[in-house]
Design a protein around this ligand. Structure first.
Ligand code: TYM
Length: 333
């Protein structure tokens, strides 16, 4: 029997600077996932505009994000890499799915509540509709698996609910997707405030390590990271949130297990530990940064990747959309 290869979908917003949280939470797994799945990776620029963006910057960040996907090891011959706004079916399916989504559900979304308090002057409909657009992204491609960090879990659950709701209202139309969360590092914390997630839009820039940070900056940020007074490198997210977060980052970048890492730093102080974390992260980022820079200089190539990706994505997306249109009773000509 022919083996059925599962479809995997993920997206990242081309906003601000990406952090090692984005990398550990999802990006770093993409290279390997391509070996086992049909992968589709999107620069989610339609999500980005739910918060006001500078147009020239948004354009540049979109190009830069596509280059970053490739620098992280995504192979555009194997996987589909595209920009969300290049495939109109996203907006179209979003509209149809809006009619299967309740306002109350959207009002309860944590990210919506958080973003509307941070952008109180611009609580636009798009901000509220954000999870429905994300559901459209995922469901258009009959996605089985969605590798994301834990902050996206609630959005993924809603995508599943919408899929089931639609399938039950008609006949099975959408694959019901599953989240794929990393065992370690599904929620990397802010270095200055370990109770918060590390975020692209961190208020304190020392709290987030950006993928574009140079070695000096990386070293400085880890040196200043909040720990505790115990001076023991042990993993315990409840009582030692800061140190546990640093251990997670260290393991993610070094490939070592928690036990190995704890053993390595047994009897050593936080000073040595932070130095080692900083070195490991900076040295791992360097080749990726060099490749990113090389790719960014080749705009023609990046645009050809985008165009080819949009073409392939569009074909798959249209198939699902026309099924949906048929089921809901849109007149077909
Ligand atoms: P975005 O751009 O905020 O984040 C991109 C990815 O990074 C993960 N992430 C983290 N993981 C671990 N620790 C952290 N501190 C951390 N911060 C961010 C996120 O979980 C995400 O996987 N809505 C999405 C983009 C999107 C999408 C999609 C994702 C649009 N359509 C369809 C999957 C499927 C977002 O804003 O991600």
């Amino acid at each position: 029997m022919e083996e059925i290869i599962k479809t995997l979908y993920s997206g990242v917003q081309p906003t601000n600077n990406l952090t090692i949280g984005n990398y550990i939470g999802t990006l770093r797994s993409w290279r390997g996932l391509q070996e086992n799945y049909n992968c589709i990776f999107a620069a989610a620029n339609m999500h980005a505009i739910t918060v006001r963006q500078n147009p020239a910057e948004l354009r540049q960040k979109t190009l830069s994000l596509v280059a970053l996907f490739l620098a992280c090891g995504v192979n555009p011959q194997k996987s589909i890499v595209y920009v969300q706004s290049h495939v109109p079916a996203h907006a179209e399916l979003c509209w149809a799915l809006n009619t299967f989504t309740y306002v109350g559900e959207m009002e309860r979304m944590t990210q919506y509540k958080d973003k509307s308090s941070r952008h109180a002057d611009n609580i636009n409909m798009g901000l509220m509709d954000y999870p429905v657009l994300m559901a459209a992204d995922i469901l258009l491609y009959q996605t089985d698996l969605v590798p994301v960090g834990l902050d996206q879990r609630q959005h993924l659950e809603i995508a599943r609910d919408i899929a089931v709701r639609f399938n039950n209202a008609y006949t099975p139309t959408f694959t019901v997707p599953e989240g794929l969360y990393p065992k370690m590092g599904a929620k990397i914390a802010d270095l200055q405030d370990p109770a918060k997630k590390m975020s692209k839009s961190a208020e304190n820039p020392n709290g987030a390590v950006f993928l574009s940070d140079d070695k000096d900056t990386v070293m400085r940020k880890f040196k200043r990271a909040v720990t505790d007074s115990e001076n023991a490198v042990k993993y315990n997210p409840e009582s030692k949130a800061g140190v546990s977060n640093l251990l997670t980052v260290y393991c993610a970048f070094s490939g070592k297990s928690l036990e190995e890492a704890e053993k390595e730093f047994e009897g050593k102080g936080y000073g040595d530990f932070k130095l080692a974390v900083g070195e490991t992260v900076a040295d791992s980022l360097a080749p990726m940064q060099a490749e990113h820079k090389r790719l960014l200089a080749d705009k023609a190539y990046l645009e050809s990747v985008m165009a080819d990706g949009a073409d392939k994505a569009e074909k798959l997306a249209r198939k699902t959309l026309s099924k949906v249109y048929k089921k809901i009773g849109f007149y077909q000509i």
